[in-house]
Design a protein around this ligand. Structure first.
Ligand SMILES: Cc1cc2nc3c(=O)[nH]c(=O)nc-3n(C[C@H](O)[C@H](O)[C@H](O)COP(=O)(O)OP(=O)(O)OC[C@H]3O[C@@H](n4cnc5c(N)ncnc54)[C@H](O)[C@@H]3O)c2cc1C
Length: 372
């Protein structure tokens, strides 16, 4: 196995931020992963998993060993005899598979449910980390189980949906198991009968001319909406939505609405409302603003972009300034969606990173911008 020393990661993150890995390797399957972990253990190196780099902010060099997973294929798992006649199919994909390629493969095989999640960048293995979601569907909606390896003990873990504790852009892998595991395979429960989820209003509008849209039409509509709305990282480096959508108490929302009559909010169970972070950042005047080598996209107030020649520290500085401003104007805390890898002090310098006391985050609505 090849361990590269001080390998540049600039081409391995969609924000194209500079940074290196002390050691970088790509592993093919479980045995190679164990070998790589043994290499790290012998040298007492911390281990970091890297997928497509589409949900990370690289803040300087990553010390220790960075591991990428090679694609290892997609297969179906025989279902129980009691389920044999049902429409359900269990599909298992290697963590190194490309997510969009996997969604497309499933559609072509007639395995449905993931169409709304088409064109989300990144790998299959990273999808459970933040329970990816878009256009009214989350990974959790179709999740069956996953196999992972504990990066410290080398123990093989098998986790079902309950054990993963999925929430809005959240899971156990962002909490107790943060940075602790390598997700090797993900198994999803899909349907051989057409399933079309049109809960998201913009998607319904896009398919208004089709009385009974097929999964293929749904997939095409999602791809078209995403291509029209979201900047392509290859042209304008970005990491998708930069902040989660905050949840605040309904009382606080009602009080805020007296000051800001247009404040959108989506009532949730438990007397709380989800507030679109894109609305907050746009109202605070950040949409389209550029600060040196970084800025806020001119059509998506939730997408921070890198114009080239900048650093993770600069980007996190901008995020902190936006969060401070939003907090000052609306009294609402914003929480970063991507993971910060590299120098953690860059986050400590800003107020972004943890939601304020009493605030949490929840699924976004139509103002969320990129459809997430
Ligand atoms: C243009 C754009 C649009 C986006 N749209 C959406 C969207 O609609 N909805 C949405 O939810 N997200 C969206 N994202 C965010 C991103 O695509 C997802 O979070 C994706 O799952 C990240 O996958 P990745 O392989 O790139 O992970 P990376 O960015 O490489 O890693 C993310 C985190 O997961 C960890 N990790 C990666 N692989 C593994 C593994 N195998 N085992 C354990 N840990 C691992 C990393 O250490 C890191 O902490 C978007 C991003 C971009 C750039």
């Amino acid at each position: 196995m090849d361990f590269q020393r001080w390998a540049s990661l600039q081409d391995y993150n969609t924000l194209a931020l500079p940074g290196r890995a002390e050691y970088l390797c790509t592993v093919n399957g479980r045995d190679q992963l164990r070998q790589a972990l043994a290499f790290a253990r012998q040298r007492q190196l911390p281990v970091t998993m890297l997928g497509g780099g589409s949900n990370i902010i690289l803040s300087g060099d990553i010390e220790g060993l960075v591991i990428r997973l090679a694609p290892t294929g997609i297969s179906t798992i025989p279902t129980l005899a009691s389920e044999a006649d049902s429409d359900r199919v269990l599909v298992c994909a290697g963590g190194g598979e490309n997510w969009h390629g996997f969604v497309t493969h499933c559609l072509e095989q007639g395995w449905h449910g993931l169409e709304n999640l088409a064109l989300i960048p990144g790998s299959v293995g990273a999808a459970p980390i933040q329970n990816i979601g878009a256009y009214g569907v989350e990974l959790a909606s179709h999740f069956h189980s996953l196999d992972a390896i504990d990066l410290v003990t080398g123990e093989l873990l098998h986790l079902d949906a309950e054990a993963c504790r999925f929430g809005y852009r959240d899971s156990i892998f962002k909490q107790e198991l943060k940075g602790r595991v390598a997700i090797l395979t993900v198994t999803l429960a899909l349907s051989t009968a057409p399933e079309v989820c049109l809960d998201y209003p913009e998607l319904r509008a896009a398919l208004a001319d089709s009385p009974a849209p097929t999964p293929r039409q749904l997939y095409d509509a999602v791809c078209a909406l995403r291509r029209a709305k979201l900047p392509d990282p290859a042209q304008r480096p970005n990491a998708g939505s930069f902040f989660k959508n905050p949840i605040i108490g309904s009382d606080q929302a009602a009080a805020l609405r007296k000051l800001h009559p247009g404040l959108p909010g989506y009532p949730q169970p438990g007397g709380v409302e989800k507030i679109p972070a894109a609305w907050l950042t746009e109202r605070a005047g950040w949409k389209g603003r550029r600060v040196g080598a970084v800025g806020v996209h001119d059509r998506q107030a939730l997408v921070l972009v890198h114009f080239g020649g900048g650093s993770g520290r600069e980007l996190l500085g901008l995020a902190a300034a936006i969060a401070r401003d939003v907090r000052h104007r609306f009294g609402i805390a914003l929480e970063l969606e991507p993971a910060v890898l590299g120098d953690p002090s860059a986050v400590r310098e800003g107020p972004v990173g943890a939601a304020a006391e009493g605030a949490s985050t929840a699924e976004s609505g139509e103002h969320a911008g990129p459809g997430e």
